[in-house]
Design a protein around this ligand. Structure first.
Ligand code: GLC
Ligand code: GLC
Length: 817
């Protein structure tokens, strides 16, 4: 069954019924102020950090699943009937409903009792506020007297504390209501210099700021007392739960449309100008007032919305494909790129499956996210790289996570994930290939956020490389530490105590368990670093990288090849994991993908053999599972991976993140049809028709799809914030469509299904726009031998970097096989 459809020309997904299998969400804001909004207006907002600067409260895992959000109520004052134009929370039977999720905005439209309502939610660029633009139309043939109530629940800033520390928090809440604007100022009296505000463009009939008064005792969002009786209480919150609700009364003539704008925002005052008058406890509103006034004006709101549309035109315009496959086109051109922006901004912190209080930004996650983001806003990618590198340890290891607000490494989780440092090399490589900005390597960057410890970024990469060489195990393979990419393969954990963290519990000295995955990643990263060093004329260092990569390759051949695939790891007893010798978990996906991407086994058929094994043992029609056979019980020496019931998450789920590694590997062998087939299996747009099984949004990738050992095989979970976003984008754009960045220019090397006759890609790159037309008259899967560039033949498949030209450069390429 379908719950909506794509509107590609508007870059929207149109949800046509509110009762989607799960809340289908969207993100508002792409800079500093963010909101999550569901198709029934659920969700919350925060400034920069979903944990430390939460603006509105949200209860995760609620009943119903998604309850609480940016709610509006419409009340017919003639008969007292009221409803929510976003369906939730009243869930009244709407005559019409539609939610259009677009790039940075969501518009929910509905009709009830012949009153049409349309609310557009968005965050203007450059601002720390969100707009709800409500438009109401009376479709009746008589006048309508209606009331509008808005409703949000303020969070007392630290979302973790807010949800737990009630003995204090029930006494701290404070608000001000001035000129119809509701100000939330809990803790402003002491150490905070920020507050939130909620304003409305219409004349108010009343307001409420006490949640419990607005709702009434023993009531919930679906039946607030103020709405039922048609009149606010003008309550002023002291402690308990500060809330924001405006009451507006409207008369609509038959056919008449009126508009109301709500502005919810975050504002900071200079520390020494918090109060006005200075001796008072009243918020100084001098700098916030003009902002509020600006966005209560419809013309400014419309202009800001237009700017947002133009911003996305420009960002998405950097890479546009026109292929024979509609699912590829809409993912590459619209949704996957958009999801890459969300994952770059949020890492894995705030979605409907990440509570925003648990995790900061992951070191490995954020570096990988760059692969899908770096072309969109390179300046922000640069900043992120430098922030990440500053949390690197002097040993070359890395804090596994950091909090975006403080930019400091997170001590709770610490370090010791031995793959982490290598992703920095790959992230930096991707950045330089896109931008040509070699100067980033000379930027002085701290270690462990310690002033005075600054070294050029290049030195950080060197330490990443050395980190592994200094931590080799009995077979000469890298020691795994707490875990490698697979957070759940915990070979030094040996936990038998409920509740212990698999990631931070270490009961072994860590000198035995090794990772073939890290070995492959090391080779991958060492080759990248070798190229970077060579470009900087550091030939000795470049040679050293290559020499060590070659040495590691030999070790992989000796101890990491199992006859038909690459071994996954060695456990604390020195026994292989992911080998035919094992009873369960004989073959894993990760080592196949990473070793082939690192170029291991390309010449002697081992790569091909490994990928055949993947196809035979791991591929399902819903994607490629992580390992087989599934772990049927808990293995103390393997940790969290075997804690999951069969078919879920890392225990033989389709962990989508690593599927593109196989897709890329297949393209490296020239198997366009198979690469594309694997891509399509997890492509959410191609899964739209099986919405009742898939359940997550059909416009973004999910972290996981249940594997073949699960009773729910094919069901997706954890949509939005996943490394799948960047890697599938990277695989589709750079390896299948094959328009690939390199240090020397743009490579044109498509690897596609033979039946594709032609496709085009428009790519803005280093100041030029390339319109690349690929032709495939002989039904090949790969093989560009030369290029026709603005009518002139160029041997090979590289478009060298050239000075910016005013006109697009036309390129033709033909697959010759
Ligand atoms: C999650 C983590 C990521 C890890 C993956 C596999 O997606 O965010 O860091 O690599 O799981 O365990
Ligand atoms: C849990 C998840 C895993 C994630 C890890 C991050 O173990 O199952 O996917 O990577 O937490 O800490």
């Amino acid at each position: 069954m379908r719950y909506g459809h794509f509107d590609d020309s508007n870059r929207e997904y149109v949800i046509t019924r509110p009762d989607t299998p799960l809340p289908w969400i969207n993100y508002l804001g792409c800079e500093a102020y963010f909101g999550i909004i569901s198709n029934t207006a659920g969700g919350y907002s925060f400034y920069r950090d979903a944990r430390l600067r939460r603006i509105t409260r949200y209860r995760y895992n609620n009943v119903p699943f998604d309850f609480g959000g940016r709610y509006l109520y419409i009340r017919d004052n003639d008969n007292g009937q009221f409803w929510s134009p976003s369906w939730q929370p009243t869930r009244s039977k709407l005559d019409k409903y539609e939610c259009r999720n677009g790039m940075g905005y969501s518009t929910i439209s509905s009709s009830f009792a012949k009153i049409d309502a349309q609310t557009c939610y968005f965050v203007p660029l450059g601002e720390t506020l969100e707009i709800w633009k409500l438009q109401l139309t009376n479709r009746r043939n008589k006048p309508a007297k209606i009331s509008i109530f808005s409703s949000i629940e303020f969070c007392l800033w630290d979302a973790q504390d807010d949800a737990t520390n009630f003995q204090r928090n029930f006494s701290t809440g404070q608000v001000e209501v001035v000129d119809g604007v509701i100000y939330h100022k809990t803790e402003y009296r002491e150490r905070r210099n920020h507050f939130a505000y909620f304003a409305c463009s219409a004349k108010l009939a009343g307001f409420d700021t006490k949640r419990d008064t607005f709702l009434g005792p023993y009531r919930s969002w679906d039946n607030p007392a103020a709405v039922e009786r048609g009149k606010s209480f003008n309550s002023i919150a002291h402690g308990w739960a500060p809330h924001g609700s405006h009451h507006v009364k409207l008369n609509l003539k038959p056919g008449e449309t009126k508009q109301i704008i709500f502005v919810l925002g975050y504002h900071e005052n200079p520390v020494d100008q918090k109060f006005a008058p200075p001796a008072s406890q009243t918020i100084n509103k001098k700098t916030v007032k003009p902002v509020i006034a600006k966005y209560l004006d419809a013309a400014n709101v419309d202009a800001a919305f237009q700017k947002l549309r133009e911003y996305w035109d420009s960002v998405l315009g950097i890479y546009q494909a026109n292929s024979p496959d509609v699912h590829t086109n809409r993912m590459v051109n619209i949704w996957n790129a958009y999801q890459c922006m969300a994952t770059f901004n949020m890492s894995r912190s705030a979605s409907f499956y990440e509570s925003g209080i648990g995790r900061g930004l992951g070191f490995r996650d954020s570096n990988q996210d760059l692969l899908g983001f770096v072309h969109m806003v390179p300046a922000r990618a640069r900043e992120r790289i430098l922030d990440l590198a500053a949390t690197q340890l002097k040993t070359g290891g890395a804090f596994h996570q950091y909090q975006p607000l403080t930019k400091r490494g997170n001590n709770d989780i610490g370090s010791g994930f031995n793959d982490d440092p290598h992703w920095l090399i790959l992230g930096v490589g991707a950045y330089i290939k896109e931008t040509g900005d070699w100067s980033i390597l000379d930027e002085p960057v701290q270690f462990e956020n310690e002033p005075g410890s600054e070294q050029p970024l290049y030195e950080h990469l060197r330490r990443s490389f050395n980190y592994t060489l200094e931590r080799l195990g009995p077979h000469g393979l890298p020691l795994i530490g707490r875990a490698d990419w697979n957070d759940c393969l915990n070979l030094n954990c040996f936990s038998d105590t409920p509740g212990q963290s698999f990631q931070t519990t270490t009961n072994k000295d860590g000198k035995v368990a090794e990772s073939v995955f890290i070995a492959g990643l090391f080779v991958f990263a060492a080759k990248e670093l070798a190229t970077i060093a060579a470009k900087r004329n550091l030939n000795d260092q470049s040679m050293q990288c290559l020499k060590e990569a070659e040495k590691m390759e030999k070790v992989i051949y000796r101890h990491g090849w199992d006859g038909a695939w690459f071994v996954r790891a060695y456990d604390d007893f020195g026994k292989p994991i992911g080998s035919k010798k094992c009873d369960e978990g004989k073959i894993f996906i990760e080592s196949q993908g990473i070793c082939v991407m690192a170029g291991i086994g390309l010449r002697d058929g081992k790569a091909k053999r490994a990928l055949e094994s993947v196809n035979k043992h791991l591929a399902t029609r819903h994607g490629i599972v992580l390992q087989q056979p599934v772990f049927s019980k808990y293995y103390i020496h393997m940790g969290e991976i075997s804690s999951y019931p069969p078919g879920y998450k890392e225990n033989a789920g389709i962990f989508c993140h690593n599927n593109p590694w196989i897709i890329i590997s297949e393209t490296m062998l020239g198997n366009g049809a198979r690469a594309f087939d694997y891509y399509t299996r997890i492509n959410p747009s191609a899964r739209e028709n099986i919405g009742d099984l898939h359940r997550c949004e059909p416009y973004v990738f999910a972290q996981m799809i249940a594997g073949k050992d699960a009773p729910t095989h094919g069901e997706a979970k954890n949509s939005w914030l996943t490394g799948t976003a960047a890697w599938t984008y990277f695989a589709a754009t750079q390896w299948i469509l094959g328009i690939r960045t390199s240090y020397d220019g743009l490579i044109v090397d498509p690897v596609i299904p033979a039946k594709w006759k032609t496709f085009t890609v428009t790519r803005r790159f280093r100041g030029n726009t390339y319109i690349i037309e690929v032709k495939n008259p002989k039904a090949k899967q790969r093989g560009v031998k030369n290029l026709i560039v603005d009518g002139k033949e160029l041997p090979g498949n590289l478009l060298p970097i050239s000075p910016p030209q005013p006109k697009p450069i036309h390129v033709q390429a033909t697959l010759a096989g």
